[in-house]
Ligand binder design. Structure first.
Ligand SMILES: Nc1ncnc2c1ncn2[C@@H]1O[C@H](COP(=O)(O)OP(=O)(O)OP(=O)(O)O)[C@@H](O)[C@H]1O
Length: 193
């Protein structure tokens, strides 16, 4: 199975792009969504996160996101420790998921793909890039967030330039119509490989 990693900075439009691949019949795996599900369902992950952040990190079985976000964005070592708990388990979950797919290739969306060395397990990589101002505006509209919180997340992500240098395909997220055309081109290209 060909694994195509799909990455890009926060709010660049990864999920929007992934949905276009889905419309073409390609299975998509959104690592952040799967991580959230595992944090809710996996007893081991819950136990380890409570050990790391304390009892306040879960409220009625749900991760207390604002409590945890406050800790990790003020102390990167906690972010690294949290990633060390979650990432290997998401990776194993993905491996099992891949075995069940019947498709010429699959798309794996990961926000911090290069940052965590996940690029090494992909055959090809697509980076989505978008104008910084547009990204911030779209995130402020989508989420209950602030420019400061967005900036804090961006600080832990590689720049677009660094990601683009190491990518096989680049999608410029300008308009939705343009995304559709770029996805169609990449899809055609991947089917030939
Ligand atoms: N070309 C576009 N025109 C208008 N809105 C867009 C466009 N691309 C994305 N959006 C909107 O911007 C927001 C961010 O896009 P999306 O969720 O796809 O980004 P993402 O990279 O997956 O985000 P995250 O990093 O948070 O996972 C969404 O609300 C989406 O609908």
């Amino acid at each position: 199975m060909i694994i195509v990693g799909l990455t890009g900075g926060i709010g660049s439009g990864k999920t929007t792009v992934a949905k276009e691949f889905k419309k073409l019949g390609i299975p998509i795996y959104i690592a952040d969504d799967e991580a959230k599900k595992l944090m809710r369902k996996s007893k081991v992950i819950k136990r380890k996160l409570i050990q790391l952040f304390g009892n306040e990190s879960y409220i009625e079985g749900e991760l207390n996101r604002s409590f945890v976000a406050n800790i990790i964005f003020n102390n990167k070592s906690y972010l690294d420790k949290m990633n060390a708990i979650i990432h290997p388990r998401v990776a194993r979950h993905f491996e099992k998921w891949v075995l069940k797919q019947k498709s010429p290739y699959v798309i794996k969306e990961v926000a911090i793909l290069f940052e965590n060395g996940g690029d090494k397990s992909c055959d090809y990589i697509i980076t989505v890039t978008a104008n910084l101002k547009a990204r911030i505006e779209r995130l402020l509209e989508r989420d209950n967030t602030t420019p400061e919180k967005i900036e804090a997340i961006m600080k832990n992500q590689w720049t677009d330039e660094k990601k683009m240098e190491r990518s096989d395909f680049i999608i410029q997220n300008t308009t939705l119509e343009s995304i559709k055309n770029q996805v169609a081109e990449i899809h055609k290209n991947l089917l030939k490989r």
